[in-house]
Design a protein around this ligand. Sequence first.
Ligand SMILES: CC(C)(COP(=O)(O)OP(=O)(O)OC[C@H]1O[C@@H](n2cnc3c(N)ncnc32)[C@H](O)[C@@H]1OP(=O)(O)O)[C@@H](O)C(=O)NCCC(=O)NCCS
Length: 280
Amino acid sequence: MIDWINSDDIAPYIYMRKENLFEMPGSYLKDCDWFKKKPIYKNPLRMDEVAFGDQILNLETKAFQKASLQMPRWVFYDCAIIPGFVCGFAQKTKTLSESFCRDVGVNTDLEWTPLSLFIIIPTIRQGEWVAHNLCSANSLVSDKDKKYALGFLSKAFGLWYANVEVLCGITQWQSPAIRLHSHYGPFEILTAYTPIHTIARTLTYRSRLNFNYWQSFFDSKNAPITTNYQYSGITIDPKNDESLKSLQRQIEEEKKKVFYLKSHEIRTQDLDAPLKIYHI
Ligand SMILES: CC(C)(COP(=O)(O)OP(=O)(O)OC[C@H]1O[C@@H](n2cnc3c(N)ncnc32)[C@H](O)[C@@H]1OP(=O)(O)O)[C@@H](O)C(=O)NCCC(=O)NCCS
């Protein structure tokens, strides 16, 4: 699938308190055979592991700087480490290139350096989780240091490992991240305009996970069959508040109908292009 994932110098990591560890990881999406390596385990409640956590935060701070959405240190602890699951991919520090170390700001004393971060938190609803954070070093380094699908596979690993069935998430219209988020299952819109968020032009989504969608990230010719998607008659302009508010009003009013976006359209269109809204 992707070469770097098989490298002996790269492995998934888990940064999670011991009491939260899963008894049977990977038991929900049984078709997924992508993650064969034993993850590196780091315990965030141990003082000696703090340097690894510092590197995660360093990556996160830099990745979200442009959007001014960096996570305060206490949010990482109170809202991620204590209730949820923190993971990603890590690489043996001595095998990182000089340019990667410079661009990311790597601590060369550590054996392993986090390359990405994915955080999920369980919700009150059975089997439903919230994606709280996703970032990848690809957003900080030059093309020669990028690992294709690092962000996508970091999220996939976390969802697979934690046996997530249904995932909610929060992203911004026109963000490149929307191209990844829409490839884990049918992409339902929970909110199209969200003034309670720091950024009102925020999209809240929900997906029931479906491995066919995951595979289609790499092979769009085998995109999941979407003939059951019916065009709702609504097309939104993701850069226009009035258009997003109008869809939001319909979401609030429509009690039975659920609105979806098509992953293939999001992936292949410009990020600011109009998007058709569907029912299933
Ligand atoms: C969003 C983010 C996690 C994506 O991770 P990544 O490792 O760069 O992306 P991947 O390699 O997994 O996926 C590549 C795909 O994502 C999309 N993509 C990634 N970066 C993109 C960009 N800058 N512009 C447009 N599309 C982009 C493309 O669809 C691409 O695949 P394709 O070219 O075959 O279509 C990463 O860019 C990041 O950390 N951004 C800053 C933090 C952030 O915004 N996080 C998301 C919060 S909701």
